[in-house]
Design a protein. Structure first.
Length: 366
């Protein structure tokens, strides 16, 4: 048996005709930039996120970048975030001349530890970017309290967490804005790059719409320097077909996770900790085991996909050497990078496939 980390072909097989038809509408209309598909996707994503506004952009990365640009983050400004995330979270800050200021994670959830944030705040701090890692939201109440006290913007990096909740509130709806990614491997994945910014701030939404179009206020008159951050209507067409399945797919991921949890109970496999305040969408199902290398080798031998998100925390990356961090600065992030392993959790997994994965994991640990 083979169990890949993700099987997008299995998903596509069920929706192929609808996707092709929806893309065909874009092609027939020859509205190749913006247009009704993008507007409709924005309307629907705003609705499922309990946000008033949504602005389609070119990627999750550009959602973060355009948000930071809208808040005027630039040279010398500090933005607090976690070092245990995908590169883009901090990369966007650095690209604008800002300084990523890292704060260690909570060992259980892998999300930024709010009790360490205030110590990192200086006069130059402009914003906090909590990341909702693996599909589970960060401790937003504590983060928002700190942000309000110090008058900071909060950008939720919800690239891995569309549809997840914290105390019943949707990802993206709590901070100043939230950023989604439609990278194909996310729970709501496009057929290429895409992203979205959601917010309840009308002025911010209006600015973002100008921002994604070079800062153009009216035709060939520019209010500020923006970029080409537009969402492709072909992506919107595919995403509109997929969006109605999102809940169902995320529920299937949760069922798969529970299945694994039951089978791993009482073994040396450490299963994911889910904060009782949160409903996760399991973009990743991440375990910890005593001997990760041995397990990876055994899974490979048995044609089972697995992945490490992420093997090196950002403060130790070569490109961020200039920030002056060193090994040992963020012990929980460093520990997590050495211990975590994501197993296949995609919705189309069968019980037989899951059993095969469980069997292989337990074999390797014997
Ligand atoms: C995927 C991801 C991004 C970037 O999204 P892209 O659409 O790939 O640009 C940013 N942050 C996190 C946490 C992600 O997982």
């Amino acid at each position: 048996m083979q169990v890949p980390m993700l099987d997008l072909k299995a998903q596509y097989a069920k929706i192929k005709n609808d996707v092709l038809a929806s893309i065909g509408e874009v092609l027939d209309s020859q509205i190749c930039i913006g247009g009704p598909k993008v507007a409709e996707l924005e309307r629907q994503i705003a609705a499922i996120s309990d946000c008033k506004f949504a602005v389609g952009v070119s990627s999750g990365t550009d959602a973060l970048l355009a948000s930071l640009m809208s808040f005027g983050v630039g040279e010398g400004d500090e933005v607090i975030t976690t070092p245990f995330t995908f590169f883009a979270t901090a990369g966007c800050i650095a690209r604008l001349g800002g300084k990523p200021v890292f704060v260690d994670i909570d060992a259980k959830t892998y999300n930024i530890n709010p009790s360490l944030i205030e110590k990192a705040i200086t006069k130059k701090t402009k914003a906090i970017i909590p990341v909702h890692l693996y599909g589970q939201m960060a401790d937003m109440d504590s983060i928002m309290d700190i942000a309000k006290k110090h008058n900071l913007f909060v950008i939720e990096d919800a690239a891995q967490s569309i549809g997840s909740t914290y105390k019943g509130k949707k990802a993206g709806s709590i901070g100043t804005c939230g950023c989604f990614s439609f990278f194909p491997s996310k729970n709501l994945g496009g057929i290429g790059d895409g992203g979205m910014v959601v917010t309840n701030d009308e002025k911010l939404a209006a600015k973002m719409k100008i921002m994604r179009h070079h800062g153009q206020g009216s035709t060939y008159y520019y209010d500020f320097v923006g970029g080409n951050f537009r969402l492709d209507p072909i992506q919107a067409a595919a995403l509109l077909v997929k969006l109605p399945y999102l809940e169902e797919w995320s529920a299937a991921r949760r069922r798969n996770a529970e299945y694994y949890n039951k089978k791993f109970a009482g073994t040396s496999v450490k299963t994911p900790y889910i904060n009782p305040d949160c409903v996760t969408i399991y973009n990743q199902y991440v375990i910890k085991v005593p001997n990760r290398d041995k397990l990876i080798e055994h899974l490979k031998k048995n044609s089972i996909g697995c992945a490490i998100y992420y093997p090196m925390p950002l403060h130790l990356q070569k490109c961020f050497e200039y920030l002056g961090y060193k090994k040992g600065d963020f012990p929980e992030s460093e520990k997590a990078a050495n211990e975590v392993l994501a197993l296949p959790v995609y919705p189309e997994l069968t019980d037989q496939m899951k059993d095969y994965v469980v069997e292989a994991v337990l074999e390797a640990l014997e």
